[in-house]
Ligand binder design. Structure first.
Ligand code: URA
Length: 209
């Protein structure tokens, strides 16, 4: 069964408060999302495999640990997911970045894929799918399906704020995908917004309305 990790690090929680605050302007909002993405990347990479190599310090020969070359892919769900990419790349600069775009069909209300561009070696990579908000879970579930259909085997999902409904939906659809969040909020409202949430993440990141 999928595990859900809530990153309650004080720095993450502090920055998240100002991300939520409605008076926070676009520039600061973007910077804070970027910083929280970096801090979350630090936590989410805890299980990265290491190997010993031989090195020489100015004092003696020794063996020391380096990352064992695991290939990573970051997949932002368009468009708000883009706001988390640079923050993750600060810690994992060699990661490849794919994109998945989805829109909601006005009749069925189901997410429909309109854009997918992934690294060519999907089967060899571990993926982190990112979207600031996990609301109903529809987009996350579809994006993860899309990655799996193209051969991805190891996928994590990372977001800033999740609604309980979305967490349950992703866990049920993808029990093999662990979920990493900065805050688990109360509920979804009738318009599909997370309460208390932060509003529309895409609009706040890109200054649109
Ligand atoms: N997407 C958002 O940007 N905000 C929400 O509250 C829910 C979905």
């Amino acid at each position: 069964m999928a595990k859900v990790y809530v990153f309650d690090h004080p720095l993450i929680q502090h920055k998240l408060t100002y991300i939520r605050e409605k008076g926070t302007g676009t520039k600061e909002f973007r910077e804070l999302v970027d910083e929280v993405a970096t801090l979350m990347a630090f936590e989410i990479t805890r299980d990265m495999p290491l190997e010993e190599i031989e090195i020489e310090t100015p004092v003696s020969k020794t063996t020391s640990k380096v990352l064992s070359g695991k290939k990573l892919g970051i997949i932002p769900i368009l468009r708000a997911g883009i706001g988390m990419v640079d923050g993750i790349l600060k810690l994992i600069p060699a990661a490849k970045v794919g994109h998945i775009g989805l829109y909601r069909d006005p009749k069925t209300l189901k997410p429909v894929e309109y854009y997918v561009k992934l690294p060519s070696d999907v089967e060899e990579r571990d993926f982190i799918v990112v979207d600031p908000m996990l609301a109903t879970g529809g987009s996350a579930i579809e994006a993860i399906h899309s990655l799996k259909n193209r051969g991805a085997k190891h996928i994590k999902f990372m977001c800033l704020i999740a609604a309980p409904e979305g967490v349950e939906a992703v866990k049920e659809a993808h029990p093999d995908v662990d979920i990493y969040i900065a805050a688990l909020d109360e509920k979804l409202n009738e318009k599909g917004y997370i309460v208390p949430g932060l509003g529309d993440a895409g609009d706040r990141l890109f200054g649109t309305k």
